[in-house]
Design a protein around this ligand. Structure first.
Ligand code: 5CA
Length: 449
């Protein structure tokens, strides 16, 4: 049975003190909960607990991308400069691009994004409208030599990003791809337990006219947001969506973007003032994703053409779509914590529940914990069993810090009455019940998400 889920064998280097270098709560808690370790400025190693959450986010993203019909690929982290010279971005990208030379003195770079490389894959293999539409995506490390890396994974130099690229015959088709991405992103963030509000934005170095950012409201966000309070009532919920249904996807975009919600650059004071005063909000937000339609910007400069039904060679219409996977962990913690630590939403928690043995070494308590642990695993659940010989207070503090949504506490006194205690991390509410019922309860909670 999986020893790795016993805390005595796990690698969870929690910190008792607040690290001085961390200015915001998510950075502080990620360091304190032993999720990451800084390697150099804006560059982190991911330790077991942090890596587990990263993988969870990645799984949700893959599932939602596949559902939308997008194809996963993997492109290299190091790229040659030539393609970037073709698109004109080698010089335009500036100091954020980390450049290097290989042993043959060839210019190389660490990928900050991958429009050029994916366009080259496309133009090498696709020549006909019959192969369209096509969307390729990857989840891959990126590097941007940010002038001021800060707030831990929130603004790193190395960061993990899902980047997707659509290729379509017409503008209309490409706008459908844009809407499809918007819908899939709404689903993705909601599954992670986050409300991410789509907002009209500026396109920056990616280019194009149509772009939306997805913002999670948080005081520590780097973007200023002006919005109608009604946007926070919107929820995708469990509605079924057919990704080929153009009107349906457009309808979702219209619904989620009809209310006023904008960031600094696109803010329009006159429009904002038309919102009833009691609904006007100015707050801060964390950008956890962005979608772009940029038409033929890259296909024209890089000659990515397809033959249309009439036999004409036309440049493909493209867009790109990003999710800040590593940043999302910071955003999740900013939105879900209290004074004692992290509170993971159930969809992304590194372990489904904790088991705290109040008296390690007591035969009855040890046997009850072992049995709970095995029953949970047999149901496909992933518990973390604190089997260390530690004070109860220290065990509770660790569980609270690492934020598992549910805790089962097992002690000799309860066992005498045939019960264990099930505690909800968010509300702090506890309930006593027989161990089998505790297993069923945890199982039912995760079966429902
Ligand atoms: N090529 C497009 C779409 S794939 C692109 O690069 N878009 S982006 O620049 O908006 O980046 C996508 C997402 O990556 C952002 O929304 C943000 O959540 C995340 N991101 C960008 N820069 C950083 C950074 N320095 N640290 C952490 N996450 C970042």
């Amino acid at each position: 049975m999986g020893l790795i889920m016993r805390l005595s064998r796990y690698f969870l280097p929690v910190l008792k003190e607040n690290p001085a270098e961390a200015q915001i709560v998510s950075h502080r808690l990620m360091l304190r909960a032993g999720m990451i370790k800084q390697a150099s400025a804006g560059i982190y190693s991911w330790l077991p607990l942090g890596f587990k959450v990263l993988r969870k986010l990645e799984n949700i993203i893959h599932e939602e991308q596949l559902r939308a019909g997008h194809l996963p690929i993997q492109m290299p982290i190091l790229q040659g400069a030539d393609l970037w010279r073709e698109s004109g971005r080698y010089d335009a990208y500036g100091a954020e691009m980390l450049r290097m030379k290989d042993r043959h003195d060839r210019d190389m770079l660490f990928t900050p994004t991958a429009e050029e490389l994916v366009t080259d894959i496309f133009r090498s293999h696709v020549g006909s409208y019959k192969d369209l539409p096509m969307t390729l995506y990857q989840i891959q490390w990126k590097f941007r030599d940010e002038i001021r890396p800060r707030f831990g994974v929130m603004r790193g130099r190395e960061f993990y990003m899902k980047d997707g690229y659509n290729f379509d015959l017409t503008k209309e088709d490409a706008l459908h791809a844009y809407n499809r991405h918007l819908v899939s992103y709404l689903r993705t963030y909601e599954r992670m337990g986050l409300q991410a509000i789509p907002m009209r934005a500026d396109s920056g170095p990616i280019g194009g006219d149509d772009t939306h950012e997805f913002l999670v409201l948080a005081d520590t966000g780097e973007s200023e947001v002006f919005y109608d309070s009604k946007v926070t009532d919107l929820s995708f919920g469990d509605r079924e969506i057919d990704y080929d249904d153009r009107a349906g996807c457009q309808g979702v975009l219209d619904e989620f973007t009809s209310l006023y919600a904008r960031t600094d650059e696109t803010h329009d004071e006159a429009l904002f003032n038309q919102i009833p005063e009691e609904r006007r909000r100015v707050a801060r937000g964390i950008e956890v994703g962005q979608i772009f339609y940029f038409g033929t910007k890259y296909s024209e400069s890089m000659n990515a053409m397809v033959q249309d039904a009439e036999g004409n060679n036309v440049p493909v219409h493209m867009g790109s779509h990003g999710i800040g996977v590593s940043r999302l962990i910071g955003a999740l913690i900013e939105a879900n914590h209290d004074d004692n630590g992290i509170i993971w939403p159930e969809g992304v928690t590194p372990f489904h529940c904790g088991i705290v043995n109040l008296k390690q070494g007591d035969d009855e308590a040890d046997a009850a914990c072992d049995s709970l642990y095995k029953s949970l695993i047999a149901l496909g659940l992933d518990p973390l069993y604190d089997d260390r010989k530690e004070r109860a207070g220290g065990k509770f503090a660790t569980m609270d810090l690492i934020g598992l949504p549910w805790r089962i506490t097992v002690g000799p006194r309860g066992l005498k009455n045939g019960v264990v205690e099930v505690t909800n991390r968010r509300t702090g509410e506890s309930e006593e019940m027989p161990p089998e019922q505790a297993v069923q309860k945890i199982h039912a909670i995760y079966a429902a998400i």
